[in-house]
Design a protein around this ligand. Structure first.
Ligand SMILES: [Fe+2]
Length: 269
């Protein structure tokens, strides 16, 4: 297995040196970006060679072992929203389709090594003003890998979790862009008409983001609507999703595991 220095660009991102001024400056920059944009990116956080090797190693596993996650859903992932008529344009239906592999299937890979790297966990906690973050205690759900092939997309939604950590492993030739509308709603105002406007394609505040493979993204998506646009071309978009929580021992329920992955038992080596 490669050393973490061979995998991550710790020269550019000194997350392993919390006592340095460079570390403090990086934390400040990330906090500023979070406040302004609701996210931050560490571009080419994973070294090019390591990123390419991980994508090459993981990609064939999607063909034989992945769960094809395909569903029609509205932006809320709920059938009914109280006080909202079922024909309201905020409830229009879109399709999400991807192929998912989980942490228990790819235990020896570099993204799992990165997920478990304590200085990264502590760094993300520092940028989010949290005393501590913890890995999930769920050998399936803690890290997910998704491949999106030509025509597939992650459609409009709000996240359930407070924040999401993703690491892009392979970028498609075209499409597969992250599209988002910041602060479309608040905890007190669901702004259904604003949601409808976005879904009808007439919200001028909608933004597109294009990142390179190897980029680590931390994103607050509870009230920022977002999607990944359909992939164009033969090259899949491959992304890993890291789940951390501000409390230890978090697991998915059996129903959640079945819904997301089609199984509730980890694979045995
Ligand atoms: Fe999301």
């Amino acid at each position: 297995m490669e050393s973490i220095e061979q995998i991550l660009d710790l020269d550019r991102y000194p997350i392993d040196r919390p006592d340095s001024s460079a570390y403090r400056a990086l934390v400040k920059k990330c906090k500023d970006d979070l406040a302004e944009y609701g996210m931050y990116n560490l571009n080419q956080f994973m070294r090019q060679k390591a990123t390419d090797a991980a994508a090459k190693e993981i990609y064939p596993r999607f063909v034989s072992e992945s769960f094809h996650h395909k569903r029609l859903h509205n932006i809320y992932f709920k059938k009914h929203i109280p006080n909202l008529p079922s024909d309201h344009p905020a409830l229009q239906i879109h399709e999400t389709s991807n192929h998912t592999l989980c942490a228990d299937q790819l235990t020896e890979t570099t993204p799992i090594q990165i997920y478990q790297y304590q200085p990264l966990i502590d760094f993300i906690a520092a940028t989010m003003d949290k005393p501590k973050l913890y890995q999930m205690d769920d050998s399936i759900a803690k890290v997910n890998f998704m491949a999106y092939h030509e025509g597939e997309a992650l459609n409009w939604h709000f996240d359930r979790s407070e924040f999401t950590v993703t690491l892009l492993l392979q970028k498609p030739d075209a499409g597969g862009l992250f599209e988002y509308r910041s602060d479309l709603r608040t905890d007190n105002d669901p702004n259904y008409d604003g949601v409808a406007k976005l879904l009808c394609g007439s919200d001028p505040e909608k933004k597109l983001m294009d990142v390179d493979a190897g980029t680590l993204n931390i994103f607050r998506g509870k009230n920022t609507a977002h999607r990944v646009t359909p992939i164009e071309g033969d090259k899949a978009r491959i992304i890993s999703v890291f789940s951390y929580f501000d409390r230890p021992d978090v697991c998915f329920s059996t129903d959640e595991l079945l819904g997301f992955y089609g199984r509730a038992e980890p694979v045995t080596a």
